[in-house]
Each structure stands twice: as structure tokens, then as C-alpha cells.
Write a protein that binds this ligand. Structure first.
Ligand SMILES: Cc1cc2nc3c(=O)[nH]c(=O)nc-3n(C[C@H](O)[C@H](O)[C@H](O)COP(=O)(O)OP(=O)(O)OC[C@H]3O[C@@H](n4cnc5c(N)ncnc54)[C@H](O)[C@@H]3O)c2cc1C
Ligand code: SF4
Ligand code: SF4
Length: 443
């Protein structure tokens, strides 16, 4: 009696990847970058061309595409096999991709959200506390701790400040060599802590110091860094979604660093809301005895000259009332009219980039993507069209008053109150009225 041989198990077809027409947004060749078979070329429009013969059907491109513009294609014969497999309830065990499993294990080693607390001579930068606000939200979504990263000399008091703004733990490196910010010293201190404690996310202010340090750290620990983020959130795979303007501010791009840790972002001052300060909150301080030999640092700080010490310095970033002028001001002398209105409001004068480029106002007054981000109680935009690069710097103001003679100017789309008219008549009229009210003539 002959034994009947078991029927060979049908092999599950893998298919080949295919682009779905008109869905690709040319995100920067993410699909190409993950293809292990090197079968994706990009055309001039930034869309993928897939060489079927080489495709091994690994689905990596399909999974990474942010807009689901790729799908797996199966021939009719392959579809038939798939149907048969389903009908005969053959369980095709999910193949374990060793590469993906190793990556998952590596990423799992990193936990917690860190915020670098920037300080100059022991005085913290406000942006660090703004980042505690968003950092706390991210930590809550991930179910981890918000930790402050504090480096300096005699800066233990900043740990308590960090707890007041939401951190539950502070990593502290406190030694004379860290008195003043110097890239090499701070870089080594940061990398030491990162290597030892492995944070999942690190946020830094997009200030001179933060930009310098974040770039150096990301390079040294070989991870990704997204600069000048305007939005931060977490996806369903614990990845940080970092949103920022791209292509000259014309689109908002969401950038992820899903294969490396820590995920690093910088955020400009005034972009995130300041969290509430809570008194008498305790936290854990982890003191690290780490130092860098002074002789190994080539940079020496001779003197610190603060912007705020210069007579002409005006901090538009921290102002409650801003009256800004654009190209519609026509000439530098006309800004005197805005100064008068700003004085009445107790505020300062800002400018669009066109006004700065024309030499009508200094660069530190520029509001927008390449200028400052502001969040005043009242922002008055005079003769500013409302280009997206200007809007990203002021659209979160509490009240926006726009004065423009073009009723279709985009600035009116974000304005709380819009005045269609000639600013040379409207601005002096508002100033005059405010003066009358101040002098006790409210009618
Ligand atoms: C990469 C990049 C970064 C940029 N960064 C910035 C930035 O940080 N900040 C920034 O501001 N821009 C920035 N820009 C420039 C931006 O695109 C615009 O060109 C600029 O904001 C326009 O300035 P504006 O509104 O003053 O001038 P315009 O666009 O020329 O607008 C002038 C407005 O004045 C109005 N007007 C004229 N006369 C009167 C009057 N008498 N009464 C009332 N209204 C009047 C006009 O109707 C018009 O709407 C950037 C551009 C790029 C490409
Ligand atoms: S399915 Fe895999 S092999 Fe095929 S194109 Fe996509 S990434 Fe490359
Ligand atoms: S990943 Fe998607 S959106 Fe990006 S280039 Fe490839 S197909 Fe286009």
C-alpha cells in the first residue's frame, strides 16, 4: 500500500510594488530610500519608476509612503493562488523580517522626552519652558517621563524651575567648565548623557545656542534633526511627527525619523504655548559627575554682550503689542507713524521682510519665517500683504488687526479685524482716537 504524499504547500505570492497614478506628492524619494532591491528610480517630477523584474515584494516602499501612493500588484494567477490559500484556510505564517525585528529592539531601548534647558549665566531661556509644555504632552502620549537636560555651572536651581514647568526628572551636569556655552564642552556632555540614558526625543530651542548644539549632537550620535518645527505630535508607532514649513514656506512638511533615536527637533521661541508654572513640585535630580578638560577646548569666552544691553535693541519676540509695517509704508520715514501708534499701545514696531530688505527697518524687527515668531496680544499689520512666510511668524497672535487697501490681501484671512483703506489715513486716525481716550475723552 503506497502512502499518499502530502500536497505541497502553495507559496504565498508577494507581488510587485506599483505607483497609483496621481497620488504621489514627490515627498523626497522615501520609497527609493528604503528599497532593499534598488529597483526604484525617481523621474524628474520626483515620482518613482519601479523595475518590476527586480522587485522582491518586500512592501517597504508601500509602508513608508506618507500618502499611500504605492500598492502591491498581483497577476491574475497570483490572485488565484491567494484566493485558494484563503479558501483552504492555509495559514501562511507572517514572515519575520530580521531587519525590522532588530530595528524594533533597538528603538525600544530609548525612552523619555528630554528638553534641553538653555541658560546664559544661570538665566534660563523662556523657550526652554515653552518646550516643557509640548514635551509634557508628548511624554503623556508615549507614557514616559518628561526630563530636563541641564548643563552649566551652579545651575541646580534650574532643576526646580524645570519641575515647576512639568518635568519629573532632571539630568544635571554642573561643573565650572560648563559656565559659558561652548560647543565642544556641551556636545560632549550631551552625548555622554544620551549614550547612558537613551532618550527617545530631545527638544531644543531654535536659538543661536540650540541650533548650534542640536546640529552637533545629531551629527555625533548619528540621528536625524528637524529644525524650526511648528508642530510636534506622536503617531501610532511612537514616532515623533515633526511639522515645519518647507519649500520656502509654501507647504507644511511632516518629517519623521523612524529608524534612529533619539528623534531631535528645534522649535523657535514663541511658537509653543508657555505652560502654567506650578509651585513646590518635586522631581528627581540625576547628577552626573562629568567634565571636560579645559585645555581640550579651544574656544574661550572673554565677555558676554547681551542684545538687550544695546540701546537700539527691541525684543519683538516678547512684546504684547506689535505694530508692523510692510512695503505699503512706502518709505522709512513713514515708520514714525507706526512708532506713534505703538507708543500709544505701549508696544513696539515690527516689519515684514520687504520693509527690512528695503533698509527701512533693522533685521531684528522682522516677523516671519526668516525673522522672529511673535505671539502678542495685539498685532497690527499695516501695508502687509500676508505672504505665508510672514503669516507663519504672527498668525498665533491673540488679536490681529490688518490695514490694507487691497480687500483681497491674504492678511485678511488671518485677521480678527480687517480695515480696508489707506493706512496713511487709518493709522493716524486710530492713534488720535487712542490719545483722546487716554486723555479722558471717550466719546
Ligand atoms: C524663503 C523665504 C523666506 C521669507 N521670510 C519672510 C519673513 O520672515 N517675513 C516676511 O515678512 N516675509 C518673508 N518672505 C517674503 C514674503 O514672501 C513676502 O515677499 C513679504 O512678506 C512681502 O512683504 P509685504 O507684505 O510688506 O509686501 P507686499 O507683498 O508688497 O505687500 C504690500 C501690501 O501693502 C498694501 N498697501 C500698499 N499701499 C498701501 C496703503 N497706502 N494703505 C494700505 N495698504 C497698502 C498692498 O495692498 C500690499 O498688500 C520670505 C520669502 C521667502 C521666499
Ligand atoms: S516592494 Fe520592496 S523591493 Fe519592491 S519596490 Fe518596494 S521596496 Fe523595492
Ligand atoms: S514615498 Fe510615496 S509620495 Fe514619496 S516619492 Fe514615493 S510614491 Fe511618492
Amino acid at each position: 500500500m503506497s502512502e499518499s504524499k502530502p500536497k505541497p504547500k502553495p507559496k504565498k505570492p508577494r507581488g510587485v510594488a506599483r505607483l497609483i497614478e496621481a497620488l504621489c506628492i514627490a515627498c523626497g524619494a522615501r520609497c527609493q530610500s528604503v528599497c532593499p532591491a534598488k529597483c526604484i528610480e525617481m523621474n524628474d517630477a520626483g515620482e518613482p519608476i519601479i523595475e518590476d523584474a527586480k522587485c522582491v515584494g518586500c512592501r517597504k516602499c508601500v509602508e513608508i509612503c506618507p500618502v499611500n501612493a504605492l500598492e502591491m500588484y498581483f497577476t491574475p494567477e497570483e490572485l488565484k493562488i491567494l484566493e485558494e490559500l484563503a479558501a483552504s484556510a492555509v495559514t501562511v505564517e507572517k514572515e519575520i523580517d530580521p531587519e525590522a525585528a532588530a530595528l524594533t529592539r533597538k528603538l525600544a531601548l530609548y525612552r523619555d522626552v528630554w528638553v534641553f534647558v538653555e541658560q546664559t549665566e544661570g538665566e534660563p531661556a523662556k523657550v526652554s519652558w515653552e518646550l516643557h509644555g509640548v514635551g509634557k504632552e508628548l511624554a503623556a502620549k508615549l507614557g514616559v517621563e518628561l526630563c530636563a537636560l541641564i548643563i552649566g555651572d551652579n545651575v541646580e536651581h534650574l532643576c526646580r524651575e524645570a519641575f515647576a514647568y512639568g518635568a519629573s526628572k532632571a539630568y544635571l551636569i554642573d561643573a565650572p567648565v560648563f559656565r559659558n556655552y561652548r560647543t565642544k564642552a556641551y556636545l560632549e556632555a550631551c552625548c555622554h548623557l544620551i549614550e547612558k540614558y537613551k532618550p527617545e526625543i530631545i527638544l531644543m530651542g531654535a536659538t543661536g545656542m540650540g541650533r548650534d548644539l542640536a546640529g552637533a549632537v545629531a551629527t555625533k550620535v548619528a540621528t536625524g534633526l528637524t529644525a524650526d518645527c511648528t508642530g510636534l505630535s506622536i503617531d501610532d508607532k511612537r514616532n515623533l511627527m515633526q511639522t515645519r514649513p518647507a519649500f520656502g514656506g509654501n507647504i507644511m512638511a511632516t518629517i519623521m525619523c523612524d529608524k534612529f533615536r533619539p528623534q531631535m527637533s528645534t522649535v523657535r521661541p514663541n511658537v509653543m504655548h508657555m505652560p502654567e508654572r506650578k509651585e513646590n513640585i518635586d522631581g528627581v535630580i540625576i547628577r552626573e559627575e562629568f567634565t571636560v578638560p579645559e585645555e581640550s577646548i579651544l574656544t574661550k569666552v572673554i565677555e558676554i554682550i547681551r542684545d538687550s544691553q544695546s540701546k537700539s535693541h527691541v525684543d519683538i519676540g516678547g512684546a504684547d503689542f506689535i505694530v508692523s509695517g510692510g512695503r505699503g509704508m512706502m518709505a522709512p520715514e513713514n515708520f514714525a507713524m507706526l512708532t506713534e501708534l505703538a507708543d500709544e499701545l505701549g508696544g513696539v514696531v515690527g516689519a515684514s521682510r520687504s520693509a527690512v530688505d528695503a533698509g527701512w527697518m533693522p533685521g531684528d524687527r522682522q516677523v516671519g519665517q526668516t525673522g522672529k515668531t511673535v505671539r502678542p496680544k495685539i498685532y497690527v499689520a499695516c501695508g502687509i500683504s500676508g505672504a505665508i512666510q510672514h503669516l507663519v511668524g504672527m498668525q498665533d497672535s491673540d488679536i490681529i488687526i490688518a490695514i490694507n487697501r487691497d480687500r483681497n490681501a491674504p492678511i485678511f484671512e488671518v485677521a480678527t479685524y480687517g480695515i480696508v483703506g489707506d493706512l496713511f489715513r487709518v493709522v493716524p486716525a486710530i492713534t488720535k482716537r487712542l490719545r483722546e481716550i487716554r486723555q479722558g475723552n471717550p466719546v
